[in-house]
Structures are given as C-alpha cells and as structure tokens.
Design a protein. Structure first.
Length: 321
C-alpha cells in the first residue's frame, strides 16, 4: 500500500497538473498552486484530462483546494516544482523558507537547476524527475495527454552535512512518489544516477530545439540538410566535453546517436522551443545551450556553436515580444 503524503505542486500548468492528478489518484493529498483562472476551474469541476493515447476523457477531483499562492504554515512532505526554468529563480526566492525544511522535487528541463536552489538554500535536499510524456494545456481546468514517454526519478543532491536519518527520509520520499505515480497510472523508474539521465535529455534538446526554433521547421526538416546535421552534432559534442570535464558519468550513452534517433522519431514535431518563439513566450535556452556556454567560459572550453545558437534564440525572443 502506498504511503500517503501531503504534497504541493508549484507552477501547476499542463505537466504539473497532469502529474499532480496522478499523485492524487495514487492516494496522495495534493495541493496544486497555479494561475487564478486554472485554479478556479479545477476547484469548480476538477481537472479534466483528455488522453489521446487511450482515447478517453476523465475528471480528477482533488481533496484539497487548488491555490494561487503557496500556503503559509502548511507542513508538506515535499514540494514539487513544475515551473518553466526561466521562472525558477523567482520560485526559489518565494519558497526559500519552506525549502529549508522539506525536500524539493524538480520536474523541469535543463541543467544547472540545482545550483539555483543550493545558492539560496544550501541545505535543500533535491529530487529530480525527468519525463518524455507529452502534455499540453488546452484551457483552464483541462489538459491533454498527447503522447507516451518514459519517466525517471532519483535523488539529485544529498547534503553531506545532514544526518543519515534525513537522507534516508529523502530516499523514502522518492520511493513513495514513484509508487504513488505508478498507482496513479504513470510508470516510474527509480534510477541511482539521475544526473546521467538529465544530461542525456539535455544532449537531445540542445541538439534539436534551437535549430528548429531558428529555422522555423519541424524536426525532420533539420535532418535533410548535411550542414545543419553537422552543426547539430557539433553542439552536442561541445556539451559532451563540458559534461566530461564536470565529471558526469556518460558510460553507455551515445549522445550524438541518441539525439539524431529522437529527431527521426519525432520528425513531424514542432519542438517546444519553436512553439515558444511562435507564441512570443520566453524559451529555456539559458538552461540548455546557454548553460553550456556559461560553463564553457568557466572551464575554458570553447563552445562556438552553442554560443551562436544561444545568441540567435535570444534575438528571436526579443523580436517576438
């Protein structure tokens, strides 16, 4: 039987609401924290989930009301953060008092996310979740599950200054979260080295997303141009050099091959960065290619391709505003 926990999902948009609903279904007490219109709709009629994979529609009602801001005085077992990475710094500043007391679970893209938490809350215990499920926001109170994917969870950082008892508690929360999500219908796999999985996903994203965003094309179109393919490979190889210098274990990973394989399998997709540009929204470039550039400067490793991609995507962001 899954142990019940009290959990807050902060930044409950499409992904956060969908994963939060699965936790509620899996026997957890979940508080969604999101935008007012979405919160109002969820409290009025529950969260409606259209599942294109199964062809079904169902409604999840939460025991605890959704909120527009983080409640004070609540004792949560963990806080799950599902904001976009560009909103992470503001979220950490807002949640800092709570993050000193309970573990945080990051359900986001990008690398370097942990640094933001530890700079503000050095004793924070960090859990990381990675997913390739497709979920989109249809309207307030309604999300659409568009495609199946894999999902992994693991402890990202353990504070060596804390007791064994505290670290064991974090391991138990990881186990409970995985069991709850499994019970709620999302298969989860606990992995011992989540950092390795984070980098594996980043290699794919930084090798595909900015190119699609700049060229304004679906993923498959990128593969038809030899020069673009070469640049995609170059961007990934620059990132590999950074990862290796930072001591990341890449054993068993084929970064370039995996990136091209994903591009082929998603050839008809308009990637998320391209969609953000088209909608005039900020992208997560600074937590992918931009982070490679930042670390490259620190480590004195040249990153010319990622530098160019970052600058071009930032230019597109400014033009789209």
């Amino acid at each position: 039987m899954v142990q019940a926990m009290r959990l807050a999902v902060y930044g409950a948009g499409a992904i956060g609401s969908w994963f939060g609903a699965a936790l509620e279904t899996g026997g957890q007490e979940v508080t969604l924290v999101g935008r007012p219109t979405h919160v109002e709709a969820v409290n009025a009629h529950g969260l409606i989930v259209d599942d294109k994979v199964s062809g079904t529609t169902h409604t999840i009602r939460f025991f605890r009301p959704a909120l527009t801001s983080m409640p004070t005085g609540e004792n949560f077992d963990a806080i799950i953060i599902t904001t976009k990475t560009y909103a992470l710094s503001a979220a950490v500043e807002l949640l800092a008092p709570a993050l000193e007391k309970v573990p945080v679970c990051i359900l986001q893209n990008g690398i370097g996310n942990e640094e933001i938490f530890l700079a503000r809350c050095p004793r924070t215990q960090i859990i990381r979740v990675l997913t390739s499920h497709g979920v989109i926001f249809k309207e307030p109170g309604r999300v659409v599950h568009t495609g199946l994917g894999s999902t992994f969870i693991g402890v990202s950082t353990k504070n060596t200054e804390t007791s064994v008892k505290v670290n064991d508690r974090v391991d138990k929360i990881v186990k409970n979260l995985a069991e709850a999500w499994n019970a709620g219908g999302i298969p989860f796999q606990i992995v011992p080295d989540i950092t390795k999985r984070v980098w594996e996903k980043v290699f794919v994203n930084l090798g595909i997303n900015p190119f699609g965003a700049i060229a304004r094309v679906i993923n498959g179109e990128l593969l038809t141009e030899p020069l673009i393919r070469a640049a995609m490979e170059g961007a990934v190889r620059e990132a590999v050099a950074i990862a290796q210098r930072k001591g990341v274990d890449l054993t068993g990973i084929d970064p370039v091959g995996t990136m091209f394989d994903v591009a082929r399998k998603t050839r008809d997709n308009r990637n998320s960065m391209l969609q953000d540009i088209e909608k005039g929204k900020p992208t997560e470039i600074l937590f992918m290619n931009g982070k490679i550039v930042e670390w490259g400067k620190q480590l004195q490793i040249p990153t010319p391709i990622n530098s160019t991609l970052t600058a071009l995507v930032q230019l597109l962001e400014r033009q789209a505003r």
